[in-house]
Design a protein around this ligand. Sequence first.
Ligand code: UD1
Ligand code: CA
Length: 498
Amino acid sequence: MSTDLTVIVLAAGGGTRMKSKTMKVLHQIAGRSMIGHVLHAASALEPARIVAVVGNQREQVSAHVAELVPGIVLAVQETQDGTGHAVRMAWEALPADQRSGTVLIAYGDMPMLEGESLRAFVEFHRAGTDAISILTGIVADPHGYGRIVRGDDGGVEAIVEQKDASEEQAAIAEINSGILAFDADFLDGVLPRLGNQNAAGEYYLTDTVSLARGDGRTVGAFVLEDVMQTEGVNDRAQLATLAAEMNRRILDRWMRSGVTIIDPSSTWIDADVKLEPDVTILPGVQLLGTTVVAEDAVVGPDSTLRDVEIGAGAKVVRTHGELAVIGAGANVGPFSYLRPGTELGAGGKIGAFVETKNAQIGDGAKVPHLSYVGDATIGEGANIGAGTIFANYDGVKKHRTTIGAHAKTASNNTFVAPVTVGDGAATGAGSVIRRDIPPGTLAVTSGPQRHYDEWAQAKRPGTDQAKAAEAAMGAEGAEVRPDAGTPTPDVGDAATSE
Ligand code: UD1
Ligand code: CA
């Protein structure tokens, strides 16, 4: 297909009906900008070159398209004087020796267009002798589109724009999608001949059709059955309609390739997500960006994952995650928050109400409950007790905590980074760990437990609390000891002395 094919993508228009500070073609559908979808479809043809015509917000649009298609040719249209003028700007941006072969025109706001349709269209054009081919659609409501006017022999005579259409022409249901294919030689000669004597005062690319007919050349029309692909976006209502349709198509494709999707109506999957067969998606799931899910993994319900890699057989329940890696057979959730840089090893666990960030958690290691793990390395097989905080921030800088392999840390610990817990080490409940713990060592930092006998009766007399204590002690009516509520000697053990 590549042989001397030039694709010109028009993206200079303002898109005022979007009522947005973001350029229309940069608005996203299924995780890609609209122009990103068009460039994706165009790239499937492996054209010799792609030219983008930019105008409004050209810095943002240029930077975006150049990132998507390195080597893209940028043509600037200073004023938006019409589609014919825009193509002329693109044409003049090309050196003379590249103005040959077939030229395909596309718009940056037609996100549904597929590479296969473009390929079939270019093949249609190349198979015939027409100077121009038009990708057309038969639509229920043709208002706003250019209408395809055919002669008695069925051949295309002209495209008439909405503003210039007679009542009879306005009733024509076959419309110009905007996608046109030209023989370069014809395009080269016809562009300077376009005028702007029309209702809009613009240089219409569509006027090339009547000019070709006047030259005795023929114009072909290729009717695309799937009219959705010819839909452009003008406002945000159309954006949502096309986004829903694209999502429906993406889900359909994955289900046909072996993915179970329990509730397609509440599942959103971006265009660049990859899923293996036998993945199961439960209701309320959004898989975004470049998320990848391996076979037998179960995701959901109610999870939003962006750029997350999920290993085979892993389970991810009610989780919000971004730029994270979840190992094979690992368990995540419910109610987990995986921030960028989280890497959970095979068979590991990040449990309920756990937030992780920039944390490597080894194979089989577990952080099961109510914890914050930031800037940490946790060795394989280690277990982090409930309610543990990795205190990574000293108010100025972030520091790392390292937990050794098979270490068992107790509930409600704080690791004050930078700190290292050795392999096989342990901690006591409620410890605040500020010093490194050697391998195999138990560290306990909480103070010894002290008792204040009959404290409730002495200090809270007459309350339900005191009454409950009295009842339990079987001392109804008993006098409170004069020394009640004062501490008894410390009850410690070897492990608590520090
Ligand atoms: C155009 C077609 C119409 C077709 C319709 C399909 C013309 C004259 N009309 O009408 O036959 O049915 O698309 O959607 O071609 N653009 C520029 N520079 C300009 C003007 C437009 O880059 O000076 C770009 C826009 O950014 C947009 C595309 O060209 O991507 C189409 O322009 P738009 O003004 O939307 O054309 P329509 O009036 O919809
Ligand atoms: Ca339009």
